[in-house]
Design a protein. Structure first.
Length: 291
């Protein structure tokens, strides 16, 4: 793992921890970006973290670009030595797989897809070696996912599956992006899952939809009254399959202001996770089930 630094014009420095996404790279990125923030370097105006990288915006009239880069580099070894632990939460996200809305949308855009004759789930199941869509859906929701980044679109989480690398689900994006994606679609591209926080264009494969809003700029949703964005980096997600009846019930509860996401406070320790992924995930599930 070799950190790469580059300039973005006169006002930005881009710090890339690794070419590949990994939890090790995520934790070093998180530690280094926190250290940069804590250092209160004169001239820094914004720090924007991503999956395994972050960008620093600064005022070049206050600090020269080469001086800014030097100060960030000074903190790298300290970041690598930080403990890879988080006080975080595990959240149950209901998903209506094979719902009618994403299905209607994906069928409108089959000419942009690798397999014009099937659905996104059928394609994903086949290229990942599953005998059926049901088996693929089971693999998708059976293990937790780690929120490594929030952004690109306001409130949209990128999620990384907490399993061995050779067991991770991987699906390419559409050959050409769609011009439409339903709000709250559960999508997948590369090794990342996501939830589309708003309706709009997109290229991720569409697997289902959640009735649970994750972004509300008006903050009228009861559990988003304090902050318009639900997710934060380090959150852990457990998908819960639901049917149409459950979906409609949750939509009504959200509208009535009575819906409460199922959440448990947990500790994530990367070394403990790497030592026993199955056992560590079981403990995460246990904490959620006890919530």
């Amino acid at each position: 793992m070799k950190t790469r630094y580059s300039y973005g014009g006169d006002e930005h420095i881009y710090v890339e921890i690794d070419d590949e996404m990994s939890l090790d790279a995520f934790f070093i990125c998180l530690s280094l970006s926190k250290l940069v923030r804590a250092a209160n370097i004169p001239g820094v105006t914004e720090i924007c973290p991503a999956n395994a990288s972050f960008e620093v915006r600064f005022d070049p009239d206050v600090i020269a670009p080469d001086a800014m880069m030097a100060k960030i580099k000074e903190l790298e070894h300290e970041a690598e030595a930080q403990e890879k632990r988080l006080e975080t939460r595990i959240i149950e996200i209901p998903v209506f797989y094979e719902d009618p809305w994403t299905h209607e949308t994906l069928m409108r855009f089959r000419e942009r897809h690798q397999d014009p004759n099937g659905s996104d789930l059928e394609y994903a199941a086949r290229i990942n070696g599953y005998d059926s869509v049901a088996a693929f859906i089971e693999a998708h929701h059976s293990q937790p996912w780690f929120v490594s980044m929030v952004g690109f679109v306001s409130g949209l989480p990128f999620l990384y599956q907490l399993v061995e690398r050779d067991k991770q689900l991987e699906v390419p994006k559409y050959l050409r992006p769609r011009t439409d994606t339903p709000k709250l679609t559960v999508g997948h591209g590369g090794c990342f899952a996501c939830i589309y926080s708003v309706r709009g264009a997109g290229g991720y494969q569409m697997f289902g939809i959640t009735p649970m809003p994750i972004y509300d700029p008006e903050q009228k949703t009861n559990y988003l009254s304090d902050f318009m964005v639900f997710f934060r980096p380090g959150d852990i997600v457990k998908w819960k399959p639901i049917d149409r009846t459950d979906y409609d019930r949750i939509v009504k509860e959200v509208e009535a202001g009575t819906y409460a996401p199922r959440i448990a406070e947990v500790k994530f320790d990367l070394d403990a996770f790497n030592a026993d992924m199955t056992g560590f995930n079981a403990k995460l599930m246990e904490a959620l089930n006890d919530a």
